[in-house]
Design a protein around this ligand. Sequence first.
Ligand code: PEP
Length: 254
Amino acid sequence: MRKKYVIANWKMNPIGSREAGDLFRKIKSKVQKFRNVKIIICPPAIYLKQLSSSYSGNKIFFGAQNSFWEDKGSFTGEISPLQIKDLNVDFVILGHSERRENGETDEIVNKKIKKALGAGLNVILCVGEKERDDDGSHLHFIENQIRACLSGVSKNNTSKLILAYEPIWAIGKSSEFSMKPSALHQTKLFILKILKDVLGADGMKIPVIYGGSSEPTNSGELIEEGEVDGLLVGHESLVPSDFIEIIKIVNSAK
Ligand code: PEP
């Protein structure tokens, strides 16, 4: 059975390295037994070194929430993908809707993806529409995002990509506003078709995960009926008991 992903996006939380350490300790103490799941913690970059160097296990991986489109130079405040890799961090989230909201375009995400892959990072590419309508224009929106973000990305890199489908209208709410599993399943199939078209047959092997108000109450149906390869978890990844419950549910999903 292929491992599923549970990815924590801590966003700009918590305030303080002590709290970050506490949160991580609570998670790591409970996850060793889950064999079918790959856990990736994406804290603010400022905590990456502290957390990754405090962990010597093989269950948890780390990711950054962003990286720049150049390796080095005069780019004040930016973080190079090589600097992330240098911390023994293997993943980076790119194209998150909260960054797109602040001006990040598909073209920028595309440049960042190429540099991150070149640095040896695995990329968690986020796509997702602002709203849905009956005539299906959200599907064109998702398709355009995927095509633009992956334009010129070599087929040899498919094993280093994870596609996180995150409909913006479902982010940061509670499970009752999350996506319905049947709609998720249809969207996942649509995304795989586009990935195959863009990257060839191996594009179908890219894990497609879901993000948007995943909680213990809906994670089971999102995974089993939505048939996605994992979950990207925002606010619930800051609540250790809920996050561990989500991992447990994903771990035991068929
Ligand atoms: C996210 O923003 O990546 C996310 C999944 O957030 P939430 O789980 O809070 O909806």
